[in-house]
Design a protein around this ligand. Structure first.
Ligand SMILES: CCCCCC/C=C/CC(=O)SCCNC(=O)CCNC(=O)[C@H](O)C(C)(C)COP(=O)(O)OP(=O)(O)OC[C@H]1O[C@@H](n2cnc3c(N)ncnc32)[C@H](O)[C@@H]1OP(=O)(O)O
Length: 719
């Protein structure tokens, strides 16, 4: 857990050895304590260097240990003792120094950093605060404003920024450990008192209260309802107003308010869920660690609409040559200009040069014969997509992977029109594709494991969080969206307004309420899907009651909104009104209010007061209920995958953990009871009928999310 060596006859070299990130597990803390004691008591040792094995200093506390009882030596006294020791201690930082790892570096008297290393206090992203003195030492070292920013955002910084801020003493391109040993030898004769950060006086700005107030407001605006950043601010205030001995107690009290909170549990769950999602597995036994992806050097994108343009940018900026295809000259030229602009802006922001040389624009599919992979991003129309796939089959070399960016159409039906169904897979990006981190990799029944591995690995290369899902209408994300949207529109019928529903969801923590999100996405997309699926238009049986379709409750209000040409932000009108087409400032529209009133009086609906609790329960429990069905159907392999999709693709608040984790946190019994209640009140809404899996889990004593898989029969997995 930590290796102890004497080097250069007088330097104790302590190497943390806890792969993969040298986390401070109880065993590691124990080993550090023992090694330090040895070093401080051995007269041969004049100085100490602490480093981490395999080029990684330390990734912080072992997050997995947070779930159980705390064991092993507590970190604060251990770190205080290192700082107080009479022999100079140098941290040799390579790779990462994060969280408790950064706090360990802060108690060392000197810090030598490799130029590629990253440092930071990301505890806030895990729902806690840096409680091993981080909130007390960092402000003393770099001042309140800079410390506040780092601690409340959890941002990682580069070695260069750390040097500029005064956190580290030297940045090196050499081996940091070797340099640290030299440095330690030179430090032996020097006094240590000014190197003990906890003994420094915090440089305090004259307008401390105003600064703290401004940061509090900013945090509340950015992360509504999130507790940890507010606790961080209070801890930093203590660093400014109290001596270290008192500040550290305050830090510990504040940590106690967070440590066992639901938000901390949710955020820590998200950390691991995100990593679990990459570990896809198929019933055949093929999985992430036994399926080799192909190398992709060149790709083609068909269609330069909003999605296509974002995908081109995502590929080109990671060094893949891209041929972009459009059907008309004018569309090609517009798309080209937009892609170039996007890439140039992106490159400027990242301080690199735009990879425009990787791009080629063409009107001819014939130009695609040699590419490694094609992503089709044409209009969401099955007949059109089939024509494209047939054509691609003829044009591309037999080994080319054919991918579709459809947001819900049958990937296997597309595979079926090609000469290579095993090389067909869905790559469902989210708009804007160069910004949104989610990628659903849709595995058709005939997609080969190599094809899936390639799509997953390409997603990772583009910086996406890729989740493997099965093939069904809407896949995971959009399939679950339907009951969520339905509940929102039923609530409109019953008396709520779009603003009220959005506010309840945004107060819950969603980045955007359902109606603002729909306005952003464009209301015409769903309208077209409803027409194609026979819910509206000439195929509807005239004898059908007006608010029922296909034997269940149906709300036609979204169709009425679209009939007025209100397609959302792009037309300047939707569920809200905007200053102009493309505007983003949503204001309640009296015309929508009138429409709702007329609608209710036409159908004799007496509007009622609807509580925020009912809004949250009906929307979110219906969402999770569909998630349970998706698990039963084998469309998602694990609840973590569903949660990751909602966190990264649909703005579900991280501190809620995702719809499935949220359901488990509320209590599955409670979710079941509320769904039964709402289904009784609305028997014509099948989505409110509790899923068999939910009932089964409750009957089994509501196991934690991580154990649900054991209760799912995978007989008919679609993955
Ligand atoms: C209870 C004792 C009291 C302690 C009091 C002091 C309190 C301190 C608070 C903290 O320190 S909280 C932890 C702060 N640190 C972090 O948030 C860092 C989290 N890790 C990362 O950001 C990244 O993992 C990384 C270090 C930047 C490396 O990224 P990379 O992409 O290279 O690898 P990953 O796939 O993310 O991780 C590999 C592997 O390691 C697991 N892991 C990473 N960090 C930790 C950790 N701190 N604790 C436990 N496990 C960790 C990760 O889950 C992966 O595991 P897998 O099994 O392969 O999925």
């Amino acid at each position: 857990m930590a290796r102890y060596e004497l080097v250069k006859r007088s330097v104790a070299l302590i190497t943390l050895t806890n792969p993969p990130v040298n986390a401070l597990s109880s065993a590691v803390r124990h080993a550090i304590a023992k090694s330090m004691e040895h070093a401080l008591n051995d007269p041969k040792v004049k100085a100490v260097v602490i480093c981490g094995e395999n080029g990684r200093f330390c990734g912080g506390a072992d997050i997995r240990e947070f779930a159980g009882p705390l064991r092993g030596p507590p970190l604060v006294p251990l770190l205080d003792a290192i700082e107080a020791g009479e022999k100079p201690v140098v941290a040799a930082i390579e790779g990462v120094a994060l969280g408790g790892g950064f706090e360990l570096a802060l108690v060392c008297h000197y810090r030598i950093v490799h130029f590629k290393a990253r440092l930071g206090l990301p505890e806030v992203t895990l729902g806690i605060l840096p409680a091993a003195g981080g909130t007390q030492r960092l402000p003393r070292l770099i001042g309140i404003p800079a410390a506040l920013e780092l601690i409340t955002t959890g941002r990682h910084i580069s070695a260069q920024e750390a040097l500029k801020l005064g956190i580290v003493d030297q940045v090196t391109e050499q081996n940091a450990c070797e340099l640290a040993v030299e440095f330690a030898l030179r430090a032996v004769a020097k006094p240590l008192s000014s190197r003990r950060v906890s003994m420094l006086t915090t440089p305090c700005p004259p307008d401390l209260d105003a600064l703290l107030e401004a940061v509090t407001m900013q945090v509340k605006r950015k992360a509504r309802g999130v507790m940890a950043p507010l606790a961080c601010i209070q801890a930093v205030r203590a660093a400014a107003t109290m001596p270290y001995s008192k500040g550290i107690k305050r830090e510990s009290e504040l940590m106690a308010t967070l440590f066992n909170s639901g938000q901390a549990r949710a955020l820590q769950y998200c950390f691991f869920a995100q990593r679990t999602a990459g570990k896809w597995t198929l019933p055949s036994g093929a999985q992430w660690n036994n399926s080799k992806p192909r190398e992709i050097r060149s790709a083609a994108i068909i269609g330069l609409g909003t999605m296509g343009r974002g995908i081109v940018v995502s590929l080109a900026r990671v060094g893949i040559s891209v041929i972009a295809v459009e059907s008309e000259k004018k569309l090609l030229e517009t798309g080209k200009q937009m892609v170039i602009g996007m890439l140039e802006r992106d490159a400027k922001r990242r301080g690199v040069s735009a990879s425009l040389n990787l791009l080629k624009f063409t009107l001819s599919l014939q130009d695609l014969k040699d590419v490694d992979l094609v992503i089709e991003a044409v209009f969401e129309d099955m007949a059109l997509k089939k024509r494209v796939f047939q054509e691609l089959s003829k044009v591309c070399r037999p080994a080319t992977l054919l991918c579709t960016n459809t947001s819900g159409l049958d990937v296997d039906a597309l595979a079926g029109v090609t000469d290579r169904p095993h090389l067909v897979v869905g790559m469902h990006f989210f708009s804007p594709a160069h910004v949104m981190k989610l990628l659903e990799v849709v595995c058709g029944p005939r997609s080969s494991s190599e094809t899936i591995a390639t799509a997953m690995s390409l997603g990772k290369r583009m910086g996406k969080v890729s989740v493997a899902v099965g093939n069904c209408p809407g896949f995971v994300g959009n399939r679950m969206l339907k009951p969520y949207l339905d509940q929102a529109t039923f609530l409109l019928e019953e008396g709520a307004t779009p603003e009220q529903i959005d506010k309840a969801l945004e107060d819950f923590g969603f980045a955007m309420g359902v109606f603002r999100m729909s306005d952003l996405a464009g209301l015409d997309v769903g309208w077209r899907v409803r027409k194609e699926s026979g819910l509206i238009g000439p195929d509807v049986d005239p004898k059908n009651p007006p608010r029922r379709r296909q034997g269940r409750r149906y709300c036609p209000i979204p169709d009425m909104v679209c009939e007025q040409g209100r397609f959302g932000q792009k037309t300047g009108r939707g569920w809200y009104m905007y200053d102009k087409p493309g505007g983003t400032n949503a204001k309640p529209d009296p015309l929508i209010q009138n429409l709702l009133e007329m609608y209710r009086s036409r159908y004799g609906i007496q509007p009622r007061n609807i509580s925020d609790q009912e809004i949250i329960e009906r929307c979110l429990f219906a969402l999770a209920n569909e998630g349970f069905r998706i698990l039963e159907d084998g469309i998602a392999a694990r609840p973590e995958d569903i949660d990751v999709i909602y966190l990264f693709g649909y703005g579900f608040p991280r501190h809620g953990g995702g719809p499935m984790f949220y359901a488990s946190m509320v209590g599955l019994e409670r979710v079941l009871e509320r769904l039964e209640h709402y289904h009784q009140a609305h028997p014509d809404v099948p989505h409110l009928e509790p899923s068999p899996l939910l009932k089964k889990l409750v009957a089994c004593g509501s196991p934690p999310v991580q154990k649900w898989r054991e209760h799912i029969k995978t007989m008919h997995s679609h993955l």
